[in-house]
Ligand binder design. Structure first.
Ligand code: GLV
Ligand code: MN
Ligand code: MN
Length: 330
């Protein structure tokens, strides 16, 4: 089955909504496990639930994630898993592992809890932005992934009757959260971005003044210093942060040798590759051109079958090259 056909099959599970550790993500992992076996790989799962298809002494890994944001696209994450399975099928004798990490969108949760690390990792991913489309280039090599922080801020008010409580007597948690959302927007400057993407309101009824509101925070910044400054300026409960991280070492060199003319770009999105690189694994990322102006995290997300084939071909050659240099001990 072709890579686009497999992406269609995955998309049909949950209609683009496969939350991390949900039954839909489980089903996607089951489907991918079958494709791994067809590609001559032995299927394993680790304690966090990451799925591996291994062949031989698998020191080189390729893959991505199968969870999605709510109503997401069909390429984010899935493309990297399906492309790696296809490359493994084309490289029948090569020792390697294909991996589908758990819950990238809400963590990343699976790649941050790995018990073992590979010697090299390569992730194919849709670009999720307009750079390659604007440049007329099908593929790009990622130079680094920008820094990221996540967390939340909770506002406490007093739940009360929406009809009988005078305006001046109210303590409305959602009104405070609304002011905070504007503060977040104004704090992000100089290439940094910051987003409140979800607000939980309690008790959450039309006729009750909100007693508590909890805003989610997602911050991105190009340098460690600018990420520190943004966290400080916004002020919230930090759950997780990741400094900017460079793609480097033999996987990046092998990808560059296979694609000597491909442009380089910085990833503004977070990835499992970022987690592995930060853990010290030599890591590379190959971006595939996004169409539709770079639309992503929505159903309009699109890459062409032609560009995907170029990416699978480049991944296959890069894995072969990397494996040859690994076996030669260089
Ligand atoms: C992953 O999709 C991210 O939020 O960057
Ligand atoms: Mn992704
Ligand atoms: Mn995503």
């Amino acid at each position: 089955m072709s890579v686009p056909a497999r992406l269609d099959e995955l998309y049909a599970i949950g209609g683009g909504t496969r939350a991390g550790y949900s039954p839909e993500e489980d089903e996607a992992h089951e489907l991918a496990a079958g494709w791994m076996r067809d590609a001559g790989l032995e299927v394993e799962r680790d304690v966090p639930g990451n799925l591996f298809g291994k062949r031989g002494v698998a020191r080189i890994w390729s893959g991505s994630h199968l969870d999605t944001v709510p109503d997401g696209g069909r390429f984010d994450g899935a493309l990297g898993v399906v492309a790696a399975i296809e490359a493994a099928a084309r490289l029948r004798d090569l020792p390697l592992a294909v991996v589908a990490f758990r819950a990238e969108e809400t963590g990343p949760m699976g790649s941050r809890r790995l018990a073992e690390l590979p010697e090299a990792f390569i992730e194919v991913h849709i670009e999720q932005g307009p750079v390659l489309e604007d440049a007329g280039e099908p593929l790009g090599i990622v130079s680094s992934v920008i820094g990221q922080a996540r967390g939340s801020k909770t506002f406490e008010g007093r739940a009360a009757h929406a009809g009988t409580t005078p305006m001046e007597a109210r303590s409305d948690a959602l009104v405070e959260a609304a002011r905070f959302v504007l503060h977040v927007r104004e704090s992000a400057q100089g290439g940094a971005v910051a987003t409140v993407g979800a607000v939980e309101v309690e008790p959450g009824a039309a006729n009750v003044i909100p007693g508590r509101a909890t805003a989610s925070l997602d911050l991105r910044a190009p340098t460690t210093e600018s990420l520190d400054a943004l966290i400080e300026a916004i002020g919230f409960d930090l759950a997780w942060r990741q400094d900017p991280v460079a793609m480097s070492g033999p996987p990046r060199e092998a990808l560059r040798a296979v694609l000597p003319d491909a442009p380089e770009l910085v990833s503004g999105a977070g990835h499992d590759a970022m987690v592995l690189a930060a853990a010290g694994v030599p890591t590379a990322m190959l971006f595939v051109r996004s169409l539709n102006g770079g639309a992503s995290h929505c159903p309009d997300e699109l890459s062409s079958a032609e560009d995907i084939e170029l990416a699978v071909d480049a991944l296959t050659k890069t894995l072969a090259r990397l494996s040859a240099s690994d076996q030669a001990g260089v």
